[in-house]
Design a protein around this ligand. Structure first.
Ligand SMILES: [Zn+2]
Length: 62
């Protein structure tokens, strides 16, 4: 069933493309996990409580 593999590959590519478009992270923003569920940006010093890795830099938002 090679058609299933092709569909799976397309899905992965679409997911990666969607991730690239929706993230605002730059090389100037590095989130580090300081505690379970707690993240801190090493560059702007912002802190965020989140289960997953944050995808935005608070320095850009503010
Ligand atoms: Zn930042």
């Amino acid at each position: 069933m090679p058609i299933l593999l092709i569909l799976l590959l397309l899905g992965v590519l679409a997911y990666l493309y969607w991730r690239r478009k929706t993230t605002t992270l730059t090389r100037e923003c590095r989130w580090r996990r300081t505690a379970p569920g707690q993240w801190r940006c090493a560059f702007c010093g912002a802190e965020m409580a989140s289960e997953a890795s944050p995808v935005v830099c608070l320095r850009r938002v503010n």
